[in-house]
Ligand binder design. Structure first.
Ligand SMILES: NC(=O)c1ccc[n+]([C@@H]2O[C@H](COP(=O)([O-])OP(=O)(O)OC[C@H]3O[C@@H](n4cnc5c(N)ncnc54)[C@H](O)[C@@H]3O)[C@@H](O)[C@H]2O)c1
Length: 418
């Protein structure tokens, strides 16, 4: 049951490093990374590992960019976005700045003819993300949203398993995404400011990963939601100096700030393929550092995975003993194999998902345009999670089931293609 079955979804494109011709060309491709914080650093290092030339970085100020470029060993720190976009050796721009900058920076990069990889959430609102989908489609350039969790090899394998009927009919999809780094009232980050992070916080920041992953693995979109959002910590202490994501140093001065965004979310889900589900999301769960958990119950079997034990998955059976699959390229289908860099028993993790994701994206960059059969998350997928987020916010506000409004999606795609 654990083995991939032929016919289970689109075979992945061959990873460039497995193709000598592509390997030669990927080394000629240049990238620049906007944002040099937690995830910007991951982008820089993952790009290097897959053989892309990182030409430079852009920080919040030229001085900060320069300091980070030196630490990362990157040749250039741009003085401005204009200087970055004027660099003809840059083919791809990675946007890893706070959420309020994603639209303007991605839009400028597309206008300059650069392919774009943007962090999630794709934008601050669904109107913004729709604009990016339109612009990307009109440009013909490669576009990706960094829902990297798809690229744990066992999640790639799970998507093929489900598509091949390995679980039978998918019925129940449940799970959680819990963290504890915003547990204390003294914990602070730009994500707590709606004008920087967006009107949804826990849902937009981490819930979007879980929801995207479940759509990717099950092949079903969330169609209706019933949500409760709760802010347990109504006032927090904002340090008067800058704070890095996940930093715990709270020694400086601070001022009180009212908080309007949710610490937790409890969401009932209906999927368009008939599945039902429920997810809990929290940034205040003591001890849970970065725990994305899901279980998919089908008519012929179940599948469960936990991001804090990412190299193993559980397969549940009614008529025979349950199984644990340790990630193993020889026991997985083509997509699971393509996302795996190492043999079984050599644990792969968060960094590696970015390498696998970027390998898939850069196969299209090497080709010069998005392919029609790509499995990586595009701007359209980032926009879809914004629409689900809108329905969640409306449901929580109105206290009722809300249908995800995709009525404008076809028009957005058509406007981009026109
Ligand atoms: N895919 C993932 O797993 C993942 C993980 C973490 C963060 N993210 C996303 O990545 C983005 C950044 O999050 P983070 O945790 O790295 O935040 P961070 O605060 O650690 O880093 C943000 C960086 O952006 C820089 N910045 C601010 N203004 C800028 C500007 N005008 N121009 C250029 N750089 C600017 C800051 O100096 C900082 O270095 C967010 O959108 C977040 O949702 C995604």
């Amino acid at each position: 049951m654990l083995r991939w079955r032929p016919g289970g979804g689109t075979p992945p494109r061959v990873a460039p490093e497995e193709d000598e011709l592509a390997t030669k060309r990927i080394a000629d491709i240049g990238a620049a990374v906007i944002g040099t914080g937690f995830i910007g650093t991951v982008h820089v290092e993952a790009l290097r590992r897959i053989g892309v030339q990182v030409r430079g970085v852009l920080g919040s100020t030229p001085e900060r960019g320069q300091a980070r470029a030196e630490v990362l060993g990157v040749a250039r720190a741009y003085d401005s976005l204009d200087a970055l976009l004027a660099d003809e050796s840059v083919d791809v721009v990675h946007v890893t700045s706070p959420n309020d900058l994603h639209l303007s920076q991605s839009r400028a990069a597309l206008a300059a003819g650069k392919h774009v990889v943007c962090e999630k959430p794709l934008a601050m609102t669904a109107d913004e993300s729709a604009e990016l989908v339109r612009l990307a489609a009109a440009s013909g350039l490669v576009n990706a949203t960094n829902f990297n969790i798809r690229y744990y090899p066992l999640n790639q394998h799970a998507s093929e398993l489900v598509a091949g009927g390995g679980l039978g009919d998918v019925r129940l999809v449940t799970g959680r995404y819990f963290q504890d780094w915003l547990l204390l009232e003294s914990d602070w980050n730009w994500r707590l400011q709606p004008d920087r992070g967006g009107a949804l916080r826990a849902v937009g920041d981490i819930g979007s990963h879980w929801l995207d992953l479940m759509t990717f693995v099950t092949g079903q979109h969330v169609s209706e939601v019933m949500a409760e959002l709760t802010t347990f910590i109504g006032t927090r202490r904002e340090p008067t100096g800058p704070v890095e994501t996940f930093s715990t140093d709270r020694s400086g001065d601070a001022v009180d700030r009212e908080i309007s965004t949710e610490d937790t979310a409890s969401i009932l889900l209906r999927f368009d393929g008939g599945a039902r589900g429920a997810v809990s999301i929290s940034q205040i769960s003591p001890g849970r550092k970065n725990s994305l958990v899901y279980e998919i119950d089908g008519s012929d079997g179940a599948w469960a995975w936990d991001s804090e034990q990412p190299d193993q998955a559980w397969a549940g059976h009614r008529e025979r003993p349950n199984e644990i699959l340790i990630r193993n390229p020889v026991l997985m289908g083509p997509a699971g194999q393509a996302a795996s860099a190492l043999p079984a028993g050599h644990v792969e993790g968060f960094f590696d998902t970015h390498c696998a994701h970027f390998r898939a994206v850069y196969a299209d960059v090497v080709a010069g345009a998005p392919s029609s059969d790509s499995r990586y998350p595009t701007f359209a997928d980032g926009h879809d999670e914004m629409l689900v987020g809108d329905a969640i916010a409306r449901s929580a506000r109105d206290g009722r089931w809300v249908t995800v409004d995709r009525s404008g999606v076809a028009a957005v795609a058509a406007a981009g293609a026109a």
